[in-house]
Structures are given as structure tokens and as C-alpha cells.
Design a protein around this ligand. Sequence first.
Ligand code: NAD
Length: 479
Amino acid sequence: MKIQNFINGKFENPVKDTWIDNYNPSNGEIYGKIPNSSVEDVKLAYQSAKTAFPGWSNSTLEERSRILIKISELLEANLQRFAEAESRDNGKPISLAKAVDIPRAASNFRFFGNAITQFASESHESVGHYAINYTLRQPIGVVGCISPWNLPLYLFTWKIAPAIAAGNCVIAKPSEITPMTAFLLGKICNEAGLPNGVLNIIHGLGTTTGNAIVEHPNIKAISFTGGTATGAHIAKVAAPMFKKLSLELGGKNPNIIFADCDYDDMLETTVRSSFANQGQICLCGSRIFVETSIYEKFKKDFVEKIKQLKVGHPSDPTTNIGALVSKPHLEKVKSYIDIAKDENGIVLCGGNQVTIKDYENGYYLEPTVIEVMNDECRVNQEEIFGPVVTLMPFETETHVLDMANKVKYGLSATLWTNDLKRTMRMSNQLHAGIIWVNTWMMRDLRTPFGGVKASGVGREGGFEALRFFTEPKNVCIKY
Ligand code: NAD
């Protein structure tokens, strides 16, 4: 199947007629072609977005809200089709795509469809100077949204929805590894009545298509989610053009477990926070630190539970762990298991590639738990982004805080404890943009989302996203 670019409300082949293969991770087979769009395609998308901008930026908030909510409803009505497409493209269990990815993509449109009607700007009365200042929040113009493969439609829409709600026109690029649901979204936008050119979806490699978006001088803002190295490159290209940048990058998140936690709840959630989506969520707690007094018990119980997880074909409803997203990614994750062994890590369970009958060339890997005795080893410092977690005991709060913060990343952290004062002390001191206490991945879309250090710059979510996608302009009137 050939997918096409979505430009000015129409599906188009790439100008240079160059294509790349799309793989199905569950069987390792090529099942489609996607455009490898060039500068020429970006130019066409830009022209269409630029033409649509005056009309869209002057549309009423009610009109934008109505269209965004309609897109959300159409996604919900097409849940099964989208979930199947997401699962086939990415390798994730269809049950997960149905319960999380697609419903949350629909929520993104509904949330920002509502949020834009509540978004307000400020006014300041300069008392004694007989003047009033009011701040306009104007859309930026044409903006670029670039997203990764792990939660394809979910993260794609997390950017697009606030960008168009705020009155911008968008050129969006999904990951070339998982382009399918972004392709399907175009048709839904037309059905919902989104005017032509407000959203343009172009496909291709990061180094060709992605670069062309970032380098385009008139695309004024870039919202990017992906790897830290790519983020650094984008920042370098965009900075001399003074583009607005939001960078959501990698993570190596600590999951800190104190003996006073609600044990069963913690255990069940830790299974999820370690291996949901094959561990390919930037928020996964890939470094598990456990207080010494319950370390041995936790180790036994956790490993027992992980051994029960079923690695299987994504369309099998009993599958817990599907396929990894690509062969190069599978090889990268496997290489970290070898690195762990070289560093004297002990593989407590997993560690092997899995062959599934009839799908022998799929990219399956056992969920892997590695015990490490040193938090400075590579498997505890570098992002693996797969079904691999490390386990390590800690003695004191100071000890674990030091280890938790001693990585270059700072996206999220999870804390399991019932001690209120400790919760507050540690939440204050952890280097992360998001702290979960006695839960994981609970999302309220109004809250700021993003990381510190090498995990990124800026925040998404709620009014933070609407602020990013608007330019404040102050008007001062003397009377
Ligand atoms: P990636 O950086 O390789 O690619 C992300 C996107 O950027 C893709 O669409 C890709 O085509 C594009 N891209 C690549 N090179 C580019 C360039 N030079 N110019 C412009 N665009 C370019 O990341 P990935 O492998 O797709 O995703 C995995 C990474 O994403 C992990 O590091 C993960 O932690 C991170 N991630 C972060 C968050 C977050 O919210 N912080 C969420 C999900 C994933």
C-alpha cells in the first residue's frame, strides 16, 4: 500500500517520486511505501498553509472548537480501524492501541477544542500613569510539528491539536517508521470540515523531510518530540533563524520504591511502568531503585510477574508484549543486554529474542530485568528505550536521590511511599519535569508536560501549549 502526503486537503505523491519502505514489525515484512518528501514538497505544503492562514487565524474560537471536537468524535467512531493500523505499523498490542493510543489521540483534539474557548490573555492597568496594557495572544503563522514512532498518533495529535486550536496552520511530519495513522488522519480532517491547508501532513526521513521543515525560513516555530541527539541538531539549525522551539526529548527515569509503599499497587504499576508498549515510552521507569529492607522480596515478586508476561503477535488479545518497532531498534536494545553482561550486570529474567510461530522474522524480545550494583554503568546512564529495566537497592533517601539525579536526563520520576514529608522533600529535589507519586502515567491534559536537562526545553500541555503556539503582543494605551 502506498501512502501519500496530505497537502491543501488533497492526497499527493511526492514531487520527486521517491519512496521508502514501510515495515510491519510483527513479521518483518515490507507492507507499504511512503513518500520520502523533499524540499519541493515542503515548499508546496508551506504555500498551502500560508494561503490558509488568514482565514483560519480569523476564524472564531467556536468554529475551531467545533471542528476539533468533530475530529475527536470521528477518531472515536473509527477506533477499531485506527487501532489496527497503529498496531500493524508499530508492533504494539492492538489492545493497547485500542485502550490508550487512539482514545488519547481523540482526547487531545477534544481537550484543545475546549481549552481554546477558555484561553485568555492578561491586562495590566498602570495606575497613576493613566494607561492600560492589554496583551494579545496571536497565532504564530505556519508552524512545524515533528513526532516520533513510539506513540505515533497520540504524540502527533498532542502537537497538532493545540497548534491549530491557537489559529496556526501546520506542516506536520510523523515518524517515517510509523506513518500510517497520520496518513489516515487527513481524511478525518476533511470529513470534520477543517479548511484545506490548515493541516498539511508530509512523510519522509528526518534527514530529508524533517530537515527541510526545520530549515524553511518562514516556518516560525518547531514543536519536536524525539531523541536528544536529533533535538540538539534541530536547535542548532533553528537558533540562528530565531525560531520558537519546543523540544521533548529522551529520558532515563527513576522508579523509586520505599518500604512503606502500598506494595501490591506498586508491584502491579511497576510492571506497567517498566514494560508497557515494550518499554518504548519516554516516561517508562527504566531504573528501578528499591529500599534495601524490601529489595529481595521485590526482586522475587517482580521477576515472577515479568516471567508471566506473554510476548506475542500484536493482534492476539492475550499478548502483553508485542514486537519492537524496527530491526535496527531491536539490535540496539539487544546490544545493551550484552553491554550489561560485560559490565557484570545479572540478567534476572529475559534477555533473549523470541521467535513466534508463523512470524519468525518479527522483532520480538523477552522483557528483561537486569540487576546492577553500580548506578554509573552504561545501562543505568543511557536511554535503551525497550523492554529492559535495571534493578538496584538503596540505603537512604540521600543515596537514592543522588543516584536518581546523576544522569544527563530529567523527564519524569516515580516515587512509591506513604510518607508525606519525604514525598514533598524528594519531589522538590528530583531533577525532572514530571513527578508521579504512588501512580504512573496518570495524565491530566491541563498540566505542564516536559523535561529538564537533556530531556528537553519547554512544556507542552494545557495553556502551556497554547502559549507556545501564540506570540504575545502588548498594547499600551494612555488615556
Ligand atoms: P528521532 O529523534 O530519531 O526521530 C523523531 C522524529 O524526528 C522523526 O519524525 C524523525 O523523522 C525526525 N527527525 C530525525 N532527524 C531529523 C532531523 N535532522 N531534522 C528534523 N527531523 C528529524 O526519535 P525516535 O527514534 O523516533 O523516537 C524515540 C525518542 O523519542 C526517544 O529518545 C524517546 O525518549 C523520545 N521521546 C520523547 C518523548 C517526550 O515527551 N519527551 C516522548 C516520546 C518519545
